[in-house]
Design a protein around this ligand. Sequence first.
Ligand code: FAD
Ligand code: NAP
Length: 453
Amino acid sequence: MPNPCVADRAVAVVGSGPAGFYTAAALLALPDPLIRVDLYERLPTPWGLVRAGVAPDHPKIKSISAQFTRTAGHERFRWLGNVEVGIDITREELLARYDAVVYCVGSPADRVLGIPGEDLPGTAAARDFVGWYNGHPDFRALTFDLAVRRAVVIGNGNVALDVARILSTPPDRLAATDIADHALEALRGSRIDDVLVIGRRGPAQASFTTPELRELADLTGADVVVDPRQLGPIGDDEHLPHGPRHNLEVLRRYATADHASSDRRITLRFLTSPVEIRGEGHVDSIVLGRNTLIDNGDGTTQAVDTGEREVVSAGLVLRAVGYRGVPILGVPFDARAGIVPNRDGRVEGGDREYVAGWIKRGPTGIIGTNGQCAADTVRTIVADLAAQPGPSRTPDPDSIETWLRQRQPELVDLEGWAAIDAAERRAGEPLGRPRVKLSTWDELLATARTVHV
Ligand code: FAD
Ligand code: NAP
């Protein structure tokens, strides 16, 4: 592993998703002090949700990774993969070796609904389904029964649209992407032809973004079905903010479209909540409750149960109701909000500790949102470093590597990741695919190891 050149200060960044890379880039760009950045990552692969979250049929979005790769080439940067902070090494050990530690660990868990039947086989978090089709090694062993006709997707965010789209896209189209091979094979055998997406509030409150809503029909070739009675009078749209107004335009087009074209459909239903998931040993239906919307008088709205019920048959239920942060051993954590409590990125109750990205703000915002978020945190770090006298706590990067290799003999460095990247791209090339992902821990580590033999 080549050692970065001499620097005035050393900062550890934990988590190499967008927030981690944006934080590293902002720190490296500082003219004074010159900062050396070590970016720690629990997986043998970088990029966080850009690799393991962004849908495989969105290759343009994934191309942000080229920017992260440029950051990784900086002479004062190191990437240290397959090291989980809180498990392989501790917060205290990092604080003893760096002037500051920035946690950019994202929100790796999922929110639950708290309704009966949520644990039945055939029900899962969208997080699991997304991790599975994107080849995240933690989700490789999961299986999804796709030999059913109807899937219900709970939630009205972009993740709900992603999973509805992947379930409805002809597998031959997905075959040109970097979707994990095991998922492609399972989707080839899928019998799902009816995906019902439900939102607890109305169409104007959905958090879909308009391009994603618009492409639902384009990318899947499926009919998108919307009951026009859910949309209210057109005149009401004029008072809405830009995003919801454009969503309503798209929904109105769906509501008036001719629906005889396809053998698959995606139905969008609003003011509908899941009440109970039913089945003997496997999901066979879901009880839906009808809601009405009330205005809280403070600019927010709330779904209220009308008591009306409907039972809908379903063989797969995916809840896309948001992600959730998890604590790192010893680092302050707000369990209710699922974030590390912080002020301007500085961890409240921490010691030279900072946060950026989803673990700072909660699990919302697109990739670019984390750039501004990281820049704000770096401003706080710079102010604090200016007030800390003395040289870096770690003048010698070698000692860190020696210590790390003792703690994690399977440390994956940038060369190891380059070997994984090259193997995946090589496998994809003859098939016209961007890459064929390695998706088990064993495959990933064995490939990374090839650079050291
Ligand atoms: P993450 O991307 O989750 O990165 C966190 C990193 O930290 C991970 O690599 C993780 O392995 C690592 N880590 C966690 N714990 C530890 C630890 N203890 N030690 C070391 N490393 C650790 N935005 C868009 O703009 N376009 C899209 O198309 C898009 N699609 C999305 C699809 C899905 C399914 C999801 C969930 C989000 C999507 N987003 C998209 C949003 C975008 O992915 C997020 O805004 C962004 O990834 C958040 O960045 P982050 O760095 O905070 O977290
Ligand atoms: P999200 O946008 O916050 O959507 C979560 C959805 O779940 C909301 O509709 C929410 O409804 C609903 N929900 C929450 N709790 C519920 C409950 N108990 N019962 C029923 N519904 C419930 O989150 P996300 O979809 O996970 O996306 C996370 C972030 O990643 C977003 O910022 C998103 O834009 C981004 N992302 C972007 C893309 C892209 O750009 N292509 C793709 C994927 C993700 P309420 O609004 O009523 O709370």
